[in-house]
Design a protein around this ligand. Structure first.
Ligand code: ADP
Length: 391
């Protein structure tokens, strides 16, 4: 794409911190919705005028996230840069930081989210619980046969870079299958081979971290996954107290190790052997969408408070129970109206065009009763025509 164009200016930004967001998907859209309550303005770097965040931001720069000229233009228009996704050019971001451009989280911190191989190596080296793993460039690596033997062929293969929502993650049952999958993924770069764990459940925790290193933890939640995609999030997590405590300790250790500013989201596996770290994201996360209605300060507001150098907001929940269900395009066109008609359902539409299998929005329900939050959220999701299935 040729050089980017600054083309929309919805409001004046006088006296507020100007935050530039690389990417204009649903996370940037929800940052836009939270921006005025925390006194910042948002300029997004959007690949298309139809991107979800264009509707809620103050200004738009049109361009690709990996186009250096576009990022430079964004940086010239704002006080600080942050991110909607991790498909970014770390080398360029590091150069910008060296020139004094505030990039939050920093390029060094972002590497944890951009590169799954680096993430496993760094967390493992710090003594954090991660699955047994090996990083290779091809199945010809001499260490591969012994490692697959150790795993008895039951391996998970992950592209080190570029995957999301289960894309770039393959499950092998035999050694031959694993070898084929390694070669399939190796065309994209390094491949992470890891043991397939027997999961009791999956949980996630968000933490907001300010410029001065102070942190605010959100409570642990259960995430229900299907085919690598998150279907439902439940607050509070369905986990025993000792694991909730263990997760908090791990989350605090990871936040200080990564040294990021903004929201960090840590996904954990609960296994028979205890908690294992799955993934770290350095941005608002699907597991925290419920905080828009369910917490004193949403993850989006806290991300913006952090990256704009302000004090963090209170992360305490405002509800006994919250259930969030993702709205994914089904076989027939979705019905936003029908979803909104369900009393007690907070429906968020991301302004994307309908396509089967596409994440189009989410719905949250709050209650003092776990069952009723679940029933309301799913009633609205079904009325919408979501492809996601209740479990
Ligand atoms: P993505 O980055 O695309 O979200 P993840 O690495 O989080 O991919 O993997 C997607 C899902 O695959 C996880 O939520 C989990 O359900 C399953 N999974 C990933 N790694 C393992 C593993 N080592 N053992 C068992 N299941 C796994």
């Amino acid at each position: 794409m040729a050089s980017s164009v600054l083309f929309v200016s919805n409001t004046s930004s006088y006296g507020v911190t100007r935050v530039g967001v690389v990417g204009a998907g649903q996370l940037a859209r929800m940052m836009g919705e939270a921006s005025h309550e925390v006194g910042v303005s948002i300029t997004v770097l959007a690949a298309s005028i139809n991107d979800p965040a264009v509707a809620t931001c103050d200004h738009v720069v049109l361009g690709e996230a990996r186009d250096r000229a576009a990022i430079e233009q964004l940086s010239g228009a704002v006080d600080v840069i942050t991110f909607d996704h991790e498909l970014v050019d770390l080398e360029h971001l590091a150069q910008m930081e060296a020139r004094g451009v505030p990039v939050r989280p920093s390029a060094a911190a972002l590497r944890f989210a951009v590169d799954k191989a680096y993430q496993r190596q760094a967390l493992g080296a710090a003594g954090l619980p991660v699955p047994r793993f090996l990083v290779v460039r091809s199945s010809d690596d001499p260490r591969v046969p012994a490692f697959l033997e150790e795993l008895d062929g039951s391996a998970v293969l992950k592209a080190a870079r570029g995957g999301y929502d289960g894309r770039g993650v393959l499950f092998a049952n035999t050694r031959d299958e694993a070898v084929t999958m390694i070669d399939e993924l190796a065309v994209t770069g390094e491949v992470l081979i890891e043991e397939k764990l027997n999961l009791r459940s999956e949980v996630a925790q968000l933490v907001a971290r300010a410029v001065d290193g102070s942190v605010m933890l959100y409570p642990l939640v259960t995430t229900v996954q299907s085919q690598g995609m998150c279907v439902e999030v439940r607050y509070p997590a369905q986990a025993p107290t000792h694991l909730v405590r263990e997760a908090s300790n791990l989350t605090m250790r990871i936040a200080s190790l990564i040294d990021a500013v903004g929201i960090l989201a840590i996904e954990y596996f609960i296994t028979d052997a205890g908690m294992v770290v799955n993934e770290v994201a350095l941005r608002p996360h699907n597991s925290g969408h419920w905080t828009i209605e369910g917490a004193q300060t949403s993850q989006f507001a806290n991300h913006l408070l952090a990256v704009s150098g302000q004090a963090l907001g209170d992360t305490a929940p405002t509800t006994g129970y919250a259930v969030m269900v993702n709205l994914v395009g089904g076989e027939r066109t979705s019905s936003l109206r029908a979803a909104l008609d369900v009393p007690g359902a907070y429906v968020h539409d991301y302004g994307k065009s309908w396509r089967p299998g596409r994440k189009l929005g989410h719905v949250t329900a709050l209650s003092d009763d776990a069952r009723s939050a679940h029933v309301t959220a799913w009633e609205s999701a079904r009325a919408y025509g979501t492809q996601t299935q209740e479990t």
